[in-house]
Design a protein around this ligand. Structure first.
Ligand code: 3AT
Ligand code: MN
Ligand code: MN
Length: 529
């Protein structure tokens, strides 16, 4: 609690205990979450603990090895320490079966980032049970990805300005950030934010249960994705945490119900804060819409509670905000019904209807001839999709440009240049689609084409009453600009990479976007001419 005796930037809305009915629906909510397979088994949970124990020991041995190599005595090398911290969904206690464990290791100042990628990565590769080790030292947040006993780990490192890292070190003190390099500051961020969120909620168990529900709802409704302009895990966690602060004695079912009402009615761009934004010891920007026009442009600001305060929802556009607002409203209506007993929780977790919602869709097809290159190219295109969305939002007759949260990957085995061209343009024929890798073996000039297709649903303004002539929809400017922009990527290669933007009617959407039976159940309503 703060000095005023409450969590957060305002007093709570209500400190009452929940009603009997709210307790009942909380029980049924937890049953539904278990049915939906959001919780791991006790065995998996034990495996994670063992894995983390091994990782902690490995980090200590890494620090000791490097310390000895730097000429420290055996005693000093032993005392140099080294510690791991978890963050992400595992630290919050809301991870699902198969989730990764996001882990940060903190090392003393004489251990460098080069040591992490040379020495530690090598140690990992030689450790029993460790597989799929892949270091990305040049990333914005440098990372080693790996699996231990099948558990995926995202491993970061931060080097502190301390000569040893004691076992009881915490990362709360802002002064720890002094004199660190930017990559270390960024690496510490995830863990510092998660720890603050947990400190700032009145009841961690209630927070966890409610967050599990919101995460499942957001992924089913296809609004869980930071890159595509919706919210990522940290932002959803902060929203739920804020509702928990406003109702400190409520049970999880009650938090979920208030969540939808409050988020639907939230006076954006008023920010969601878990604590007052504070200044700190670094020469870095802290989120401040009065000072920075960029920050003023944030539509749904949700601000991280650790110094330096940042907006976790920088990517939200007018369209994604509209989509999320509509989903908050739908969620509020369903939860109302659950509470009066006329609906089941399962309804809240119903699959999205993105591919039934619009008459026209944009297809953005990124293609290459190599698997590894495709991952990079498709990632680049995806990371710029919101620029396309923002340009589409400026088109007069468009009310909405709704990006889908993931791309759809395909490999087509082509036997001619003509087939390659067709696939890259989204005109894959049935004959190509049916072909397997072995079918093109030994055929001269035959090759695979990897493609990732992203979708943007187009909301088109209703025709003005009394207007004459056909309604015009001209999206050539946004699509040309977007194509130019992705091609300006510094690793772009015209020969190896394809990018196509085209619009199609909903009836032309491919079948692989639908679950079996889904298309027949919800036929697209055709307007009479
Ligand atoms: P899962 O249960 O793993 O799906 P999560 O919330 O743990 O949910 P992630 O593992 O993707 O999600 O991310 C955990 C944290 O790692 C969130 C953020 O602080 C950081 N993070 C994730 N992706 C990136 C990224 N591309 N760059 C920098 N930090 C990232
Ligand atoms: Mn994670
Ligand atoms: Mn991760």
């Amino acid at each position: 609690d703060n000095v005023q005796g409450f969590h957060g930037v305002t007093p709570p809305i209500s400190t009452s205990e929940s009603s009997e009915r709210e307790k009942e629906v909380t029980t049924t909510l937890m049953e539904e979450l278990r049915r939906q397979n959001t919780m791991e088994s006790e065995e998996e949970s034990r495996t994670r603990e063992i894995v983390l124990g091994r990782l902690a020991a490995l980090v200590k041995s890494f620090v000791k090895t490097v310390s000895l190599a730097r000429g420290l005595s055996e005693t000093a090398a032993e005392a140099a320490g080294g510690k791991i911290f978890t963050f992400g969904s595992y630290r919050l206690g809301v991870h699902a079966p198969g989730s990764d464990v996001d882990t940060l290791c903190v090392v003393p100042k004489h251990v460098s980032r080069e040591d992490f990628f040379d020495v530690f990565e090598g140690m990992l590769r030689n450790t029993e049970g460790v597989t799929e080790v892949s270091g990305v030292p040049e990333a914005y947040v440098p990372i080693i990805k790996l699996k231990i006993s099948g558990i995926p780990i995202d491993f970061l490192m931060a080097r502190l300005a301390l000569s040893s890292i004691p076992d009881d070190l915490t990362l709360q003190d802002d002064n720890l950030l002094r004199n660190l390099d930017d990559r270390c500051i960024r690496s510490l961020g995830g863990s510092r934010v998660t720890d603050q969120i947990l400190r700032l909620v009145p009841n961690v168990n209630v927070f966890r249960d409610a967050l599990r529900c919101i995460k499942l709802w957001a992924s089913r409704r296809a609004i869980y994705s930071n890159v595509n302009g919706f919210l990522g895990g940290v932002a959803w966690a902060m929203l739920v945490a804020r509702i928990c602060q406003l109702y400190p004695n409520a049970v999880a079912g009650a938090i979920v119900s208030r969540f939808f009402i409050i988020m639907y009615q939230w006076a954006w761009p008023q920010p969601v804060l878990l604590k007052q934004i504070e200044d700190g010891p670094l020469q870095v920007r802290v989120w401040n819409p009065r000072l920075y026009p960029g920050d003023r442009a944030h539509r749904m600001p949700i601000i991280t509670p650790a110094y330096p305060a940042m907006c976790a929802t920088h990517n939200v556009t007018a369209s994604t905000q509209m989509v999320m607002t509509e989903e908050f409203k739908k969620g509020a209506d369903i939860v109302d019904k659950v509470i009066v007993g006329t609906a089941e929780w399962a309804e809240l977790f119903a699959k999205h209807d993105f591919f039934h919602k619009y008459r026209y869709y944009l297809q953005i097809i990124a293609s290459t001839g190599e698997h590894d290159l495709q991952i990079k190219w498709a990632g680049t295109v995806e990371s710029r999709l919101r620029q396309l969305v923002m340009k589409l939002e400026l088109v007069d007759s468009l009310t909405l440009a709704h990006p889908f949260i993931k791309g759809f990957e395909q490999v087509a085995y082509c036997v001619s240049d003509e087939e390659v061209r067709l696939v890259a343009q989204g005109e894959t024929t049935e004959a190509i689609a049916k072909r397997k890798a072995e079918d093109i073996e030994g055929i001269e000039g035959a090759r695979p084409v990897y493609s990732t297709t992203f979708y943007v649903g187009l909301g088109i303004e209703a025709k003005q009453p009394g207007s004459t002539g056909p309604r015009k929809l001209d999206i050539s400017w946004p699509t040309t600009e977007f194509t130019k922009m992705v091609k300006s990527w510094d690793k772009f290669d015209e020969v190896k990479m394809g990018i196509i933007v085209r619009h199609i009617k909903s009836s032309a959407l491919p079948d692989n976007l639908f679950d079996p039976g889904e298309r027949q159940l919800k036929p697209v309503v055709k307007k009479r001419p």
